[in-house]
Write a protein that binds this ligand. Structure first.
Ligand SMILES: [Zn+2]
Length: 703
């Protein structure tokens, strides 16, 4: 069934049936061809005319709609089956989605910007010159092959010669090193006007604890490959006792994995904001030389720190001196090589790719170095590139259209807040105040991060890596001295994604996502509401999800709920957790309803609110809404919602997604959502016998 034409032909027949007939689904499937040819033949003919006229113009790629899957059984596959079956994951990737496809387009544009910096002979200076040097340094694999291990040889020697625990902690403090303790600066959750040093746990080389623990499925194989990779890396580097060291590293990481918090625990703000005087660290988590660690990062003078995953930090600190120093040395040496592998000689680059990309992510072939270098520069100095990108590629009109759309979404949210019967007046007023206070950032930041002191060297890619790591930490550290404002962005403008911050009560839509198929001023408005509209609603929904709702309009963690209403909210979200827990796409593997709860609330809120916003838009634009290719505008809204989420994964990436990601896999981000929305039932005439059907009282209604 890899034939697009066949899909487009059959989908036309099928669509006309579901729209104009209320027949039972068995009937529909069995008689699809016959019925279409007889009763509805005139109708179809009329539609074919339209189809040619509108094909792909109004925004949904109708040629991909399924002939055999019913919308009520699997809405995701109904809309996307043709796409899922005919597309393949490109070489060098672990998946394919609208996000990755637009990302590739963005990368092509970024390449132009970067090439300007790299290849223009005269008059290049400032940021563009630095971008060019970083790019050329990463591109020049001949130089790397010539240098071999030399650029990190001295570091490696020093690591392997470590004799004291204090020195181990010093290495862990290096921003390019692997470490059992992660260090950042983040806002104080109770007073977001100030930044504090935040310590968190870290330190395993495999994706998640079950990769070390599970005895069935692919996990023992992953461990064996990891062991071989570590050993091979030591051999390549000429380090003795490679096998023993590899075993030591895995044994150590297994111990670290055993005390690691789950992703579901990590997203709970309340238990991840343990504030304490820095001087109490060694009492709370004895065993780790905290003073040395902080001093190396030049933050030994801070009064207070925040602990995330505090009990895991405690357990890791306790483990620290129980592990012999030479085992730590093997661990740090191996990861030091891995962290520099992409800028070392061929054998290191290849073995790192073979393990991390092929074995763990299912990517069989790497992308050309040229493309890799573009992604690398974009990833490392995103703001520098982004500034040059928006100057060239972000039209002002987009800004205005999105502001307009955001206006509808906010209004719809506010209108719904007025009516929600489970909110009491006090909580309703608080929620309204919070909604009013949400800051919306569109396109790109007003102020840009200053990179003026950075000097990259096109002949020293390893040195460049270390310069970036240091610069990033210097930037984070600088936040301790000033107030982070709404002018500071979380994402770079070329990002093809959106985000929301509970601490700043803000939502952010970078230039990268404000383009087709997410947003296209030339297509049907219903489609834009189903795509970027639902994404805006999703981000707004995060301000009110299980975590966001613990923060007020000023971004401070404050319980603004009455206990009665909070109970209502918790009851509703619990039902959503149960719904997602029940999804089991792989044998023995379930979606984790708790881990994905925030995103699922975001998805559901986004789809509900953007639909309501579209109704408001229609009121402002009266007149008969056209039927396009046989689809009403309500149907087109939901088709667009499902289309925007279509995704292909390698099996390895899919498994990793379920284990680590806060988003449910794509199909549940569609099917898990629409089945809770009354308007979807009406639009597609969904009946009790359809697989996704939920009786009205079992549908989760939150915002
Ligand atoms: Zn989200």
């Amino acid at each position: 069934m890899n034939d697009n034409t066949r899909f487009s032909e059959s989908s036309k027949e099928f669509r006309s049936l579901i729209i104009s007939s209320s027949k039972k689904r068995e009937m529909i499937v069995k008689n699809i061809i016959i019925v279409a040819m007889s009763v509805h033949s005139c109708f179809i003919w009329a539609q074919q005319e339209k189809f040619i006229q509108h094909k792909n113009n109004w925004g949904v790629e109708t040629q991909f709609i399924s002939r055999s899957v019913l919308p009520g059984d699997d809405f995701y596959r109904y809309v996307n089956e043709g796409w899922l079956q005919s597309k393949t994951i490109p070489a060098g990737s672990s998946g394919l989605s609208n996000y990755s496809e637009v990302g590739n387009k963005v990368n092509e544009r970024i390449a132009e910007v970067i090439h300007d910096g790299a290849y223009t002979k005269e008059g290049i200076k400032g940021p563009l010159k630095q971008v060019g040097a970083l790019y050329l340094g990463y591109l020049d694999t001949d130089n790397m092959d010539k240098l071999g291990l030399k650029p990190i040889q001295k570091d490696l020697k020093n690591i392997l010669a470590l004799k004291h625990y204090e020195d181990v902690a010093k290495w862990m403090s290096n921003p390019k090193s692997f470490s059992i303790i992660a260090i950042h600066t983040t806002p104080d959750l109770n007073d977001r006007s100030r930044f504090l040093v935040t310590l968190s746990e870290s330190g395993i080389g495999l994706p998640a604890p079950e990769w070390y623990q599970k005895q069935d499925g692919p996990y023992p194989g992953y461990r064996k490959s990891f062991q071989e990779y570590i050993s091979h890396t030591f051999q390549l580097a000429g380090v003795g006792n490679a096998d023993k060291r590899a075993n030591d590293v895995i044994e150590l990481e297994t111990k670290l994995a055993a005390v690691q918090w789950t992703p579901a625990q990590m997203r709970d703000s309340k238990i991840n904001s343990h504030l304490m005087p820095a001087s109490e660290l060694s009492t709370y988590a004895p065993g780790f030389p905290w003073k040395t660690f902080l001093a190396e990062r030049q933050v030994n003078n801070v009064d207070e720190v925040i602990l995330q995953a505090d009990t895991a930090i405690k357990a890791k600190a306790a483990l620290f001196t129980k592990i012999p120093v030479d085992v730590w040395a093997s661990y740090l040496a191996f990861h030091w090589i891995v962290n520099h592998s992409t800028v070392l000689s061929e054998e290191f680059r290849k073995s790192q790719f073979d393990f991390y990309s092929t074995v763990l992510s299912g990517i069989s072939k790497d992308i050309p170095r040229e493309q890799k270098s573009i992604r690398y520069v974009n990833n490392r100095v995103g703001q520098l590139v982004g500034r040059l990108y928006v100057e060239k590629y972000f039209p002002v009109e987009t800004l205005e259209s999105i502001e307009d759309l955001v206006g509808y979404i906010r209004k719809a949210f506010a209108t719904r807040l007025e009516k929600l019967e489970w909110l009491d007046e006090s909580s309703r007023n608080e929620a309204k105040a919070k909604l009013d206070a949400v800051t919306v950032r569109i396109g790109y930041p007003e102020t840009w991060r200053d990179y003026s002191s950075i000097r990259f060297n096109a002949k020293d890619p390893v040195g460049n890596e270390q310069i970036i790591a240091k610069a990033n930490w210097d930037y984070e550290r600088s936040l301790l001295q000033r107030v982070f404002t709404s002018k500071d962005w979380y994402q770079v403008p070329q990002t093809v994604d959106a985000t929301s911050s509970k601490l700043y009560n803000s939502i952010e839509f970078p230039a990268g996502i404000l383009q087709p198929p997410f947003f296209d001023p030339s297509v049907d408005p219903a489609v834009n509401f189903g795509a970027i509209g639902a994404i805006i609603g999703h981000e707004l929904g995060h301000c009110f999800d299980d975590e966001g709702s613990k923060f007020d309009g000023q971004g401070n963690m404050r319980d603004w709920w009455t206990s009665q209403t909070r109970k209502q909210f918790d009851g509703r979200t619990r039902l959503l957790v149960e719904q997602y827990d029940a999804f089991s796409p792989l044998e023995g593997v379930h979606v984790n309803g708790k881990q994905t709860l925030g995103e699922n609330i975001g998805d559901l809120t986004g789809a509900e609110v953007a639909y309501a916003a579209y109704q408001l838009y229609r009121k402002d634009h009266p007149g008969k809404q056209p039927v396009l290719d046989g689809f009403t505008d309500d149907q087109r809204y939901f088709l667009s919602f499902a289309q925007v989420n279509r995704t292909l994964y390698t099996p390895e990436a899919y498994r990793m997604n379920i284990s680590r990601d806060y988003h449910a896999p794509a199909e549940y981000r569609v099917n898990g959502v629409v089945r809770n929305i009354d308007a979807w039932y009406k639009a597609f005439n969904i009946q009790q016998e359809d697989k996704l059907y939920l009786s009205p009282e079992r549908r989760v209604r939150i915002w």
